[in-house]
Design a binder for this molecule. Structure first.
Ligand code: ADP
Ligand code: MG
Length: 254
C-alpha cells in the first residue's frame, strides 16, 4: 500500500534520516519504535508530504502509494493528503467548532463535496468507527473542546476518517492519554486496520506488541542520521531480533 524507498532527510545541512526503506502492506498496522530524536516523526511527515512545509527541510527517495509516487511533480499536495490521514500526539480538534463540524472539517480542506444527508451519515459513520458515537450522539452541537482528552483524540481520528483515507499515520496518539483512553484507541486501531493501513509511532513497547503486525526499529547513534536497524513481523522483532541493539531497546535496556 505504502512503500518508502531509500528516504533520506535533512533540516538545512543536517541529515536526520539516511536511506530508510519500509514497505507498509495494506490492512496492517506498522509500529515505528526507537529512542527520541531518531527521526520517527520526520519519517511520518515525509509519508504525508508535511516535511516539505518546514523551511529548509529537504529529502531524497520516493514514497509510493498504491504504486504511485506521492512526490511526483504532477500530483497536487491535496491529492496525497486526501489519501493519507494523520493524528498527532496532542489531540487537536478545533476547540470552538462543534463535534459535528469537526468531523466534517477535513472535507472542506480537501475540496470534497457532499450533500446534507450524506454528510449526516458520514458524521455517524466516522464517529462510530472512532468508537465515539454512543458518547456524543446527543451532543453533536457541543464544541469539540468540551470533550475529555481521550474523546478529543477519538474525535481527531473521526475527522481524519471523513475523507476516507487509505492510510492513517499516528504519531504517539496515546502519549497524552490515560490508560483507559489508551485502550479504547488501541481497540479502534485494531478495528480500523481492516480497512485502513495504519502506521503508528509509539514509545510504549506493550502497545507496539498489542496493536502492530509489523515493526520497524529506528536508531540514530551519536550524531549520525537515523536509520532503520531492522524491521519485520512484530513477533520476531520482540522475540528474536537479529540485532542486539533491537533486543536491548525492546527490553528497556537503552
Ligand atoms: P523522533 O520523532 O524519533 O523523536 P524527530 O523526527 O522528531 O525524531 O527528529 C529527528 C531529528 O530531527 C532530531 O535530531 C530533531 O532535533 C531534528 N528535527 C526535527 N524537527 C526539526 C525541525 N523542524 N527543524 C530542525 N530540526 C528538526
Ligand atoms: Mg517524534
Amino acid at each position: 500500500m505504502l512503500d518508502a524507498r531509500s528516504i533520506s532527510a535533512w533540516f538545512g545541512d543536517r541529515k536526520v534520516l539516511d536511506r530508510v526503506s519500509l514497505d507498509m502492506p495494506a490492512g496492517s498496522v506498522t509500529a515505528l519504535i526507537g529512542p527520541s530524536g531518531c527521526g520517527k516523526s520526520t519519517f511520518l511527515r515525509i509519508l504525508n508530504r508535511m516535511h516539505e512545509l518546514v523551511p529548509g527541510a529537504t529529502l531524497a527517495g520516493e514514497v509510493l502509494l498504491s504504486g504511485q509516487d506521492i512526490y511526483d511533480a504532477s500530483r497536487k499536495l491535496t491529492d496525497a493528503r486526501k489519501q493519507i490521514g494523520m493524528v498527532f500526539q496532542k489531540p487537536n480538534p478545533f476547540p470552538a467548532m462543534s463535534i459535528h463540524d469537526n468531523v466534517l472539517a477535513g472535507l472542506k480542506l480537501t475540496g470534497i463535496r457532499a450533500g446534507r444527508s450524506a454528510k449526516e451519515a458520514l458524521v455517524e459513520e466516522c464517529l462510530s468507527k472512532a468508537g465515539l458515537w454512543n458518547e456524543v450522539k446527543d451532543r453533536l452541537r457541543q464544541p469539540g473542546g468540551a470533550l475529555s482528552g481521550g474523546q478529543q483524540q477519538r474525535l481527531c481520528i473521526a475527522r481524519s476518517l471523513a475523507v476516507r483515507p487509505k492510510v492513517l499515520l499516528m504519531d504517539e496518539p496515546c502519549s497524552a492519554l490515560d490508560p483507559t483512553s489508551t485502550r479504547r484507541i488501541e481497540q479502534t486501531i485494531a478495528e480500523l486496520a481492516h480497512e485502513v493501513t495504519i502506521i503508528i509511532v509509539t514509545h510504549n513497547m506493550q502497545q507496539a506488541a498489542r496493536v502492530s503486525q509489523q515493526c520497524a526499529f529506528f536508531l540514530a547513534e551519536q550524531g549520525t542520521p537515523g536509520v532503520i536497524v531492522e524491521s519485520g513481523p512484530t513477533k520476531r522483532i520482540f522475540e528474536a531480533p537479529s540485532d542486539e541493539r533491537t533486543s536491548d531497546y525492546v527490553h528497556g535496556r537503552f
